[in-house]
Design a binder for this molecule. Structure first.
Ligand SMILES: C[S@@+](CC[C@H](N)C(=O)[O-])C[C@H]1O[C@@H](n2cnc3c(N)ncnc32)[C@H](O)[C@@H]1O
Length: 232
């Protein structure tokens, strides 16, 4: 680490403590950050462009199918086969998706769906945090909220971005199954502490003045009453 990087790292003061040991990995996250792990895995790890949605994504999609999202703006983190965009195209006002898998990015773009854009971005990166206007989204979906966390500093950056991107009445939606899964293939593994349960999710959320509501296996994060909305 350079001297200025180590100064920046030491200036980082965590907002919450759920027991993480790797506070700052010292590397700016980018789209190839998980590539070595992807090559090690003997099953699809990142590229779900040709896969059916995972069980947790499918459960989120069932909820979306009955939700009042007409005219709403939706951010889907973890594009997969663009199932969310295929479900909401022509209904939501805008669907935006981000992925680190080039095939998912290309597949999503090739679908030519109305009001759908896919971005090749690491959600922990500065580029993601700066990509969209504040208060852009009514609904943010991520079934793997902490599953790919390289360190606490960059996970915190992601949560800061989520809060900034949410409209005042917006929500983040995640799922119990994806909360409990972390990257664990023997290369660049994610610290097991990021396997979330309801208590850890609440501890993280409250550091960002978000409340957590559970509906069976779905978890909704919303601005706690009285918390300030993001300003442009
Ligand atoms: C297991 S696939 C799941 C795809 C889809 N959400 C589903 O559940 O069917 C993991 C997804 O997370 C994305 N992903 C993993 N780490 C990411 C990161 N750091 N930033 C953005 N996307 C990431 C991958 O690109 C991929 O789209």
């Amino acid at each position: 680490m350079t001297e200025s990087a180590s100064l920046r790292a030491s200036a980082f003061s965590p907002r919450f403590d759920i027991g993480a040991q790797r506070i700052d990995c010292g590397r700016e996250p980018h789209v190839d950050t998980h590539e070595a792990a992807d090559q090690r895995a003997s099953w699809p790890l990142l590229d779900y462009s040709a896969c059916e949605p995972t069980e947790d994504q499918a459960a989120i999609n069932r909820w979306l199918a009955g939700a009042a999202l007409d005219g709403r703006e939706v951010l889907h983190v973890g594009t997969g086969n663009s199932s969310v965009a295929q479900l909401l195209a022509g209904k939501a006002r805008r669907i935006v998706s981000v992925t680190v898998a080039r095939n998912e990015w290309e597949h999503g773009r090739a679908l030519g769906l109305r009001d759908y854009s896919v971005h090749l971005l690491n959600k922990h990166s500065l580029a993601f945090a700066e990509q969209f206007e504040p208060a852009s989204f009514d609904c943010i979906l991520d079934n793997n909220l902490a599953s790919f966390a390289c360190c606490q500093r960059h996970l915190e950056r992601y949560f800061e971005a989520l809060v900034r991107l949410l409209k005042p009445e917006g929500f983040v939606l995640t799922h119990w199954l994806g909360m409990q899964w972390t990257l664990d293939v023997g290369v660049d593994d994610v610290e097991p502490v990021w396997r979330l349960d309801a208590g850890k999710l609440r501890a993280i959320a409250s550091a960002y003045q978000l409340s957590v509501e559970r509906e069976d296996e779905l978890f909704f994060l919303r601005r706690a009453r009285g918390a300030a909305a993001a300003r442009s």
